[in-house]
Design a protein around this ligand. Structure first.
Ligand code: 9MR
Length: 384
């Protein structure tokens, strides 16, 4: 007989409540002096995005900043938020700038962490030389540029990266011009190869796999949490790529949520269907933003709901054994991409002063309830 994590969690909570009642109901909960990474099952990585260029170039293991200490202590995986994107790492046709990405990898090594690579094929944050040249590219030219980039970047970090977001946001949304379909207009590479975009996507995975056979290679997108028209398109694409023998190995739901919308309860079912194809799944960029009052603060209700949403995403991941990583897109409001982009905020699990929010404790409890430091998904006896 097997139990889902939710069942185990509910049973554990009931058992804890019963124990307290038996003990005379006077016991107070012990304050927890634990960290997210310390509570994460052995076969799951809990991660955060970080911008190496801005936050890690000055890293000194003997004298870390408060931000760096928290990043090192709380997470066992880091994702370069921008440092491996084309505009940063490949600013000119013959110039690669690895400084930010190297800083992330060095930080991870110093802290015993893993690195999630992000990203190799995307329509956004491309350097001017790509955007300008791509109007005239033949598919062959686009392929050469992409292959050179993927081989160079992936081989430089071969062995250091456990999961790579090879293709990011390559399918449009229902509200985009043309509806849900491959992004053959906005993505310069898919545009140049619009006669066979799936062939190009497949080769992107092949080039990445050749350069680092150990890295698990992902498709990744937003609005990809639940079962919806967009994830249906990904599901069909994944099947097509797998049938072609493409080394596609993972599907990532970014998890950029807003309290302006509801939570899609089909997230676990969505992960399950990709897992059934033999893929790993992951929550790759979780945050939960919200419209704030005139004083710039959230209400108590919003704070509680945010914790619930983070927990909802975590549970969807924990309940699917193929879910290999759960990453937040920055851990504190001082380093969140949300303000300035949306008229919303308070999206992360800690305030600008690194005060832990209920959302942080929801993740901590969710992880430790799943199984403290060890997961039922792996044979017992393994230490973290
Ligand atoms: O967080 C990133 C922000 O600093 C950049 O300015 C932005 C540029 O498009 O990209 C942000 O990260 C995105 C990620 O790479 C892909 N998914 C959506 C993320 C938020 O926009």
């Amino acid at each position: 007989m097997s139990y889902s994590r939710t069942e185990i969690r509910v049973a554990a909570i009931s058992a804890a409540v019963a124990a307290v009642m038996l003990a005379g109901a006077t016991a107070q909960a012990e304050p927890k002096d634990s960290t997210l990474r310390g509570e994460t099952p052995i076969d799951l990585k809990v991660g955060s995005a970080v911008w190496g260029q801005n936050q890690l170039l000055d890293f000194d293991p003997e004298n870390p900043t408060e931000f760096q200490s928290i990043l090192g202590e709380e997470f066992d995986s880091v994702t370069p938020e921008n440092d491996m994107k084309w505009a940063e790492i490949h600013p000119e046709p013959d110039v690669y700038d690895f400084s930010g990405a190297d800083a992330v990898v060095a930080f991870a090594k110093a802290n015993g962490q893993e690195v999630r690579g992000h990203t190799l094929l995307w329509h956004s944050q491309n350097p001017d030389w790509v955007t300008e040249a791509s109007d005239d590219w033949t598919c062959e030219e686009a392929r050469d540029v992409l292959e050179d980039h993927i081989s160079t970047v992936v081989s430089r970090y071969a062995g250091d990266i456990y999961e790579w977001d090879v293709a990011n946001e390559i399918i449009q949304d229902t509200w985009d011009d043309g509806g849900v379909k491959l992004r053959t207009e906005a993505n310069p590479f898919l545009k140049a190869c619009s006669e066979d975009p799936v062939g190009l996507i497949g080769d992107a995975f092949r080039w990445a796999h050749e350069a680092d056979p150990e890295a698990v290679l992902f498709l990744n997108d937003y609005n990809a949490e639940g079962v919806n028209e967009k994830t249906d398109a990904y599901y069909a694409l994944a099947q097509e790529l797998l049938a072609d023998g493409v080394p596609l190995q993972g599907f990532g739901a970014q998890g950029h949520l807003s309290l302006m919308y509801g939570f899609d309860e089909s997230m676990q079912a969505n992960f399950e269907r990709f897992a059934d194809l033999g893929l790993q799944v992951a929550v790759t960029e979780a945050d939960v933003r919200m419209p704030l009052g005139e004083d710039g603060n959230p209400t108590e209700e919003q704070i509680a709901l945010q914790a619930e949403r983070y927990d909802g995403m975590l549970q969807a991941c924990l309940n699917v054994p193929a879910c290999s990583s759960f990453t937040v897109w920055g851990f504190d409001d001082g380093h969140s991409w949300v303000p300035g982009v949306f008229d919303e905020g308070y999206a992360t699990i800690m305030t600008e002063e690194y005060e832990k929010k209920p959302a942080y404790f929801a993740l901590l409890d969710g992880l430790s309830d799943a199984t403290p430091g060890r997961s039922p998904r792996t044979p017992p006896g393994l230490d973290k």
